[in-house]
Design a protein around this ligand. Structure first.
Ligand SMILES: C[S@@+](CC[C@H](N)C(=O)[O-])C[C@H]1O[C@@H](n2cnc3c(N)ncnc32)[C@H](O)[C@@H]1O
Length: 280
């Protein structure tokens, strides 16, 4: 694991003219409240090493699913409603282009999604000339059953990994991944459970990702002391994983309640901040 003391802080090269919603006492983690389309444009070009984005999947269409054995709405919030195929694609292309501007020449981006969004993301990446590296399939061992019994039960999500452009020489922790996989090359199918109960002890988010998934993603793709960005922060899983691995983190979200939840998760996970004064 990288030595957190050796990592540079993001303050020098990524500080922006917008007040942060919250900064960690060592200024290595920053959360911003607002629309990522605007916030992404405020960051300096080529200042970020790794981006993880879990964007709206556009699946809040009034349908039903099964949660803890009970019928439940699939609706996650207004932010997840489809605006029609073309507008959804324009949105994906806009935030992906903004992320590409922020990546350092060898930087990489990961984007998760289901079929509702991932084809648009993949096409937008092709249009923007990202270099495709891998398509990870996250397999959930215990997916909710399909209530209509007219389809196979959905048990996977895709995660596209791409480098900034065709010339990028991306970082990959090949040996660590092989070790994690018992000495064999790690495959692109990752079997991992949904977030555990303990990961939700500070509050709930409707689309929280498992911490193990983000830890693997960042371990595989971040060199020591990286600057990690998540433009769709949610409950802050990327930030919690980044801080625990000694990286710097910047997270954006439209919803202040989710940033508050992120803050609680980060503070609980980082006792080292207890004695430090908050950076103003
Ligand atoms: C799919 S969730 C991310 C969940 C996150 N990966 C986690 O583990 O908790 C997407 C998040 O993006 C936020 N969001 C949606 N559109 C946004 C936008 N244009 N700008 C900033 N945040 C946005 C939503 O409020 C939501 O919390």
């Amino acid at each position: 694991m990288p030595d957190p003391a050796k990592a540079h802080t993001p303050a020098g090269d990524t500080d922006i003219d917008i007040d942060a919603y919250w900064r960690s006492p060592d200024d290595r983690v920053r959360l911003y409240h607002g629309d990522s389309l605007e916030l992404l444009d405020a960051l300096p070009a080529e200042s970020v090493d790794t981006i993880f984005a879990d964007p709206p999947y556009f699946l809040s269409n009034g349908g039903m699913t099964c949660k803890n054995g009970k019928r439940a709405s699939v609706n996650k919030g207004k932010w997840d409603q489809s605006r029609g195929v073309e507008e959804n694609h324009e949105f994906n292309k806009r935030w992906l282009a903004a992320c590409q501007r922020l990546l350092k020449p060898n930087g990489t981006i990961w984007v998760s999604g289901t079929s509702h969004v991932i084809y648009s993301v993949g096409f937008a990446m092709q249009q923007l000339c990202f270099k495709q590296l891998n398509e990870i399939v996250w397999e959930k061992p215990n997916p909710p059953p399909n209530l209509s019994c007219r389809y196979f039960t959905h048990a996977t999500e895709s995660i596209l990994w791409a480098a900034r452009d065709r010339k990028s020489k991306h970082y990959f922790a090949y040996s660590t991944m092989r070790e994690e996989n018992g000495g064999k090359q790690m495959k692109t199918v990752w079997r991992m459970t949904a977030p555990k109960k303990s990961e939700k002890s500070h509050g709930k988010h409707p689309t929280q990702k498992p911490i193990d998934l983000l830890r693997r993603i960042l371990t595989a793709s971040c060199d020591e002391g990286s600057v990690v960005l998540d433009p769709f922060n949610g409950s802050g899983t990327t930030g919690v994983a980044a801080a625990s691995l000694g990286h710097n983190y910047i997270g954006f979200d439209l919803d202040a309640d989710y940033l508050e939840l992120t803050k609680r998760r980060l503070l609980a996970d980082n006792e080292r901040w207890a004695g430090l004064r908050v950076v103003s």
